[in-house]
Design a protein around this ligand. Structure first.
Ligand code: ZN
Length: 131
């Protein structure tokens, strides 16, 4: 399943980042940018994410997905347009096929929130290099 491999990759990346910082006891949320054209079904991804988190430091973490609209540009004129769904891959101005997508294939973690042990009287940035 496509979503399962994405979920596992996301969990793997967060685990790696948490190990780097050290002392992370629980991950509370992961924010992920998902391009409209990345071919990801948000509900399926949320379900797979929950499975992939089980037994890891991410167990119980919330997955927040941000949808990134797809945009394409024309090969022969300066036009740019929103691709939408179903995707429109020909230029609305001149009818030429697209030269490529400007956005819409994103699949990246934008932020992670976690707890790092007993409550401290200061706030830490979620992704911090501080030791
Ligand atoms: Zn055009």
């Amino acid at each position: 399943m496509h979503e399962m491999s994405i979920a596992m990759a996301v969990v793997g990346q967060v685990q790696e980042a948490a190990a780097k910082v050290g002392g992370v006891t629980a991950v509370t949320s992961v924010r992920l940018q998902v391009g409209e054209l990345a071919g990801v079904v948000p509900d399926a991804l949320a379900f797979c994410f929950e499975l992939a988190c089980a037994g890891t430091v991410l167990e119980g973490a919330e997955l927040i997905t941000e949808s990134v609209p797809g945009r394409a540009r024309c090969a022969s004129c300066p036009d740019e347009w929103a691709v939408g769904t179903p995707p429109q891959l020909c230029c609305p101005a001149c009818g030429q096929a697209t030269a490529g997508l400007l956005s819409g294939r994103e699949l990246q973690i934008t932020s992670v929130r976690w707890e790092d042990g007993p409550a401290r009287d200061r706030t830490r940035e979620p992704v911090s290099e501080e030791r």
